[in-house]
Design a protein. Sequence first.
Length: 268
Amino acid sequence: MSRPFKVVTLCGSLNHNPKELWDRVAMDFSLDGYIVLKVDVWGIRDKLHSEPVFIEKKEMLDELHKYKILMSSEVFVLDSDGYIGPSTRSEIVFAENHNKKVTYMSKTGRYTGENGQYGQITGGDEPVIYQPSRVDSTAKIGKRTLIGAFCDIGRNVVVGEDCNIQCHVTVSDGCVVGDRVRIGPNVSLLNDKYMEGDREKLLPVRVGDGVRIGGGAVVLPDVGIADGAFIGAGAVVTKDVGKDMIVYGESAKTMKIGSRSGLVTGNE
């Protein structure tokens, strides 16, 4: 038992780095003769930013992880596509202040998934995701997109570039959102028409480029919204919306086709 084993702590976002990547990195370090310390709370990952009891636990887990860093000889940062969240940045500063060696995965060139990437970020300029939000690790978020706090972005969701998704928005599993889309607060894009919970029957929403969706709108499963459409605040959208259409109300009615300028309130 005289062999001098090194100790490494893995740091990174659980939302931006898929579990298989964490497992692969841990395995490689173990095979290289390291004792590996990491976060392993995948069963409650989605609750850490949303449920009060787990928010308190997260504060404890963040402190616990820094104790792991103190026990380590070095830190390895999982920064898929260059993403480093606020908790991880704090851990890096803590490690550097305690003279720990810090290595970034993105600079090693060792770990790449399909198309040369792991995790949800599609590359280039980083999207901004305000916490607490749940963004599934299988979701793909485009360049320069902003996602507000308390959002729920589901499995296999695709969000394009230069989008602005405000707070308390739900984008259900499989939904596709184009480029330059603006979504107001408390909007829901749904996928389960009869709430059966059967993944084989999901009918995700499809949103084209340049679409605007006002606050509180609900888009029902299997609805397609074409490029340039405008959905008024509070609308319940039950049918496909054509290109450049402006719709509002319950159920959303076609108001006009064409430019969004000159939009009236619908009270006339």
